[in-house]
Design a binder for this molecule. Structure first.
Ligand SMILES: NC(=O)c1ccc[n+]([C@@H]2O[C@H](COP(=O)([O-])OP(=O)(O)OC[C@H]3O[C@@H](n4cnc5c(N)ncnc54)[C@H](OP(=O)(O)O)[C@@H]3O)[C@@H](O)[C@H]2O)c1
Length: 329
């Protein structure tokens, strides 16, 4: 099994969590970290044991020894960071949401395809064993045809104008940060192209959505989704069909528990799978599987799934009149 030289761009919250997971994966080498600040890069490299610390993203992208770059910057920076890495011949794992718009995501996918490089959205939920168990139950007909999904990702986040979550120039807002998970769930289990998308949002004074509510309507199914920074602890998901339901544990996108219920709500089967490290190891293992087999696209997180969700989010933002400063008109 080959070892891969990993590099991380950005040294914020999720970069720390991800570096911890990388440190526990045998075939991952903690090779390089890139920051806009050399001091931050050095501090991060020292903390986790990375070999190289770069004071710019470009220097990192130009390092010939990097095999794969994990991009952990705000959404507004993803497009430039992904393109920089692809132009320099690097495989890329990019945090969600991969861009501000579907157009940006399509350009990234096209560039990766043209260069024959691996590109995947870091949609870790789709690599987790509990999620895969739910997919297995669904495919084997355990709940019948799925007809209804209710999924929420809401938490209280104190307003901080300096936090990327609230900053339009960083691609802030609950839609791209939170709703991307329940929308991915719905898109996976009910279909990539809903017939109708009905949504509304509470847009804050800074111009990004603080909360939103989205309904996806399909020919014979629908999904009801809420996400936001204004309501505490609503992070559940359930998928129902005529014969039963699949109930995810709290924090559905990263839960270690998923339960199969019959049509009366009685438990039939429960799957509990604890993390080996911190839960991000599954997406790292998926990246390694792809690189080992020379696949440029993950079967667990295919480009089509990423693009389908970006398309739905475009429609929501368009209906809300919410545009990011850097977006072309
Ligand atoms: N998978 C998950 O569970 C998960 C969880 C949280 C977040 N995320 C995703 O990860 C990405 C980063 O989120 P985060 O919460 O880690 O963000 P964060 O704490 O704000 O960190 C982002 C980092 O990006 C760099 N950066 C580049 N341009 C920036 C700018 N204009 N403003 C601020 N920082 C900038 C900074 O690193 P340098 O200063 O070192 O360059 C900063 O530390 C987002 O796409 C988010 O959706 C995923």
């Amino acid at each position: 099994m080959k070892n891969y030289n990993w590099a991380i761009i950005g040294t914020g919250r999720i970069a720390h969590t991800f570096a911890q997971a990388l440190g526990g994966c045998e075939d991952a080498v903690l090779y390089a970290v890139g920051s806009r600040s050399e001091d931050k890069a050095k501090k991060f490299a020292d903390e986790f044991g990375f070999e190289k610390a770069y004071g710019s993203y470009r220097e990192l992208a130009e390092d010939k020894n990097v095999d794969i770059v994990y991009i952990a910057t705000p959404m507004s920076s993803h497009y430039a960071d992904v393109m920089l890495c692809l132009e320099n011949g690097k495989n890329v794992l990019c945090e969600k949401s991969v861009g501000l718009s579907c157009a940006q995501a399509e350009e990234m996918v096209a560039a990766a395809k043209e260069k024959g490089l691996f590109f995947m959205e870091a949609m870790w939920m789709k690599c987790r064993p509990t999620y895969l168990k739910a997919v297995e139950w669904l495919k084997s007909g355990r709940i019948g045809e799925p007809e209804y999904i209710k999924a929420d990702f809401c938490n209280l986040v104190e307003y901080d104008p300096d936090d990327r979550l609230f900053a339009p120039q960083c691609g802030g807002g609950a839609l791209l940060d939170l709703a991307v998970y329940p929308l991915t769930l719905a898109s996976d289990f009910l279909g990539a192209k809903p017939e109708k998308i009905i949504s509304s949002a509470h847009i804050g004074g800074d111009g990004v959505d603080l909360s939103n509510s989205i309904m996806l309507q399909y020919e014979k199914a629908y999904a009801s989704i809420n996400s936001g920074f204004e309501i505490p602890n609503r992070n559940n998901a359930v998928i129902s069909g005529k014969n039963g339901s699949i109930l995810f544990g709290d924090w559905f996108f990263c839960t270690s528990e998923v339960t199969l219920l019959d049509r009366d709500g009685k438990e039939i089967e429960r799957s509990v799978i604890d993390n080996r490290i911190n839960g991000y190891e599954y997406e790292i293992e998926e990246v390694h599987r792809c690189l080992n087999t020379g696949s440029v696209e993950s079967a667990l997180v295919p480009h089509s799934s990423t693009l389908a969700v970006m398309r739905i989010m475009d429609k929501c933002r368009s209906d809300w009149g919410m545009r990011y400063p850097d977006e072309k008109s």
